[in-house]
Design a protein around this ligand. Structure first.
Ligand SMILES: C[S@@+](CC[C@H](N)C(=O)[O-])C[C@H]1O[C@@H](n2cnc3c(N)ncnc32)[C@H](O)[C@@H]1O
Length: 362
């Protein structure tokens, strides 16, 4: 672990849904010109040429932080507490970090407020509260004593996250709108996390002028992320069997741009053959239907229909709870798989799968 030098920018880290680290790293490299230094379960450490508000516009990350220090050498024993205190007190240039923090998130008017967060997973020989106290001791004198501690909406949040042997410590730059978005006014129980929908949209990589279809759009999270990513240049179509879902999608998408919505059965779409370049969707998981046996027939009918409406060389990005069943269905229509990311959705294992419909030139 190296002491941050004042003449260079500190590293940053982002937290992600486990399974999305690589996609988040790709977004950081492409959109920010960043360099990924390290990834682990649910986090990415990176450097960027500029530390500014563009960090807050990342779509696939849950939160973004300035890195104060990091270690993957915790011992699980109580001696970690001394090290946490020492690293916090000595290995970070808090003045510089706070300056950069204020540049990205200007200080609100009034007395500055702060909040200390200590998270810990794994079996350690000390409690999370002890780690939090060590962290607080390390921070003593690092910011004005007049700052007021608050539980909610603090102007500055100091974070320590311990996961097994690994710890990262820093200043949080993002707030909850990074992961929850502001468009999500209507929720459905099976609605996707926006960061996961954003990752699927990235993997679809639709180009200007192309049509992206979510035939089972639910509350419209994927369409919303596509509208945001496509900046009005990608045509965005969606539909659902359920009227309530379509109403929710209508509300969520209203302020984001033009999406065409229709009520339909995704296994019998009112669309011409070879009419869309991308399909990005998450069909119901087995547990959401009356019986898991229904999933096989649904996936087979669905893929036959998607094969019909997708242009040759078109791409489908599908999030499913039963990837093996989807693989069989995809095999039957001759699709080729490019990528599979293992994630968890509502506590269940799931996979984001990326396919091409082969044949001809598009
Ligand atoms: C897992 S949810 C999609 C959630 C959505 N991605 C979101 O973020 O809100 C699956 C959706 O598929 C719809 N659905 C199920 N079977 C369908 C079918 N045959 N045709 C069209 N929609 C269907 C359900 O009504 C539900 O809204």
């Amino acid at each position: 672990m190296a002491k941050a030098r004042t003449h260079e920018l500190p590293a940053c880290y982002a937290t992600t849904m486990p399974g999305l680290e690589d996609v988040a790293g790709e977004e950081i490299e492409e959109r920010l010109g960043g360099e990924v230094k390290k990834t682990g379960p649910g986090f990415v450490v990176f450097r960027v040429p500029e530390i500014d508000a563009s960090l807050l516009r990342l779509r696939t990350t849950e939160d973004v932080f300035l890195l104060a220090w990091g270690s993957d050498q915790l011992t699980y024993r109580a001696e970690d507490l001394d090290r946490i205190q020492r690293w916090t007190a000595q290995d970070a240039d808090w003045n510089r970090l706070l300056q950069l923090h204020h540049a990205v998130r200007p200080k609100p008017k009034g007395k500055p407020t702060y909040h200390l967060v200590a998270q810990m997973t794994g079996e350690h020989g000390y409690r999370r509260a002890d780690a939090g106290k060590a962290f607080a001791r390390g921070l003593a004198g690092k910011f004005p004593a007049s700052w007021k501690p608050v539980e909610e909406d603090a102007a500055v949040e100091f974070w320590l996250t311990i996961h097994g042997q690994r710890a990262v410590c820093g200043l949080r730059l993002s707030d909850k709108t990074m992961r929850h978005r502001t468009y999500k006014l209507e929720h459905l129980p099976a609605s996707l996390r926006p960061t996961l929908a954003a990752a699927m949209v990235r993997l679809a990589d639709a180009q200007p002028g192309q049509i992206v279809l979510d035939p089972m759009c639910g509350a419209g999270t994927i369409l919303a992320e596509q509208l945001e990513a496509g900046r009005g240049k990608v045509r965005t179509w969606g539909g659902d069997l359920d009227r309530a879902a379509l109403r929710a999608a209508g509300v969520n998408l209203r302020r984001l741009g033009q999406a065409q919505l229709a009520r339909w059965d995704a296994t019998r779409l009112p669309l011409a053959d070879a009419s869309v370049e991308r399909i990005v969707s998450n069909p119901p998981f087995g547990k959401q239907l009356s019986s898991p046996e229904e999933i096989g027939p649904l996936y087979r009918q669905m893929l036959r229909e998607y094969q019909r409406v997708l242009k040759p060389n078109g791409r489908a990005v599908l999030l499913v709870g039963e990837p093996a069943v989807l693989r069989d269905a995809a095999h039957q229509v001759g699709w080729q798989k490019h990528r599979e990311l293992r994630v968890r959705v509502l506590g269940q294992p799931a996979a984001v799968t990326v396919w091409t419909r082969p044949g001809g030139s598009s």
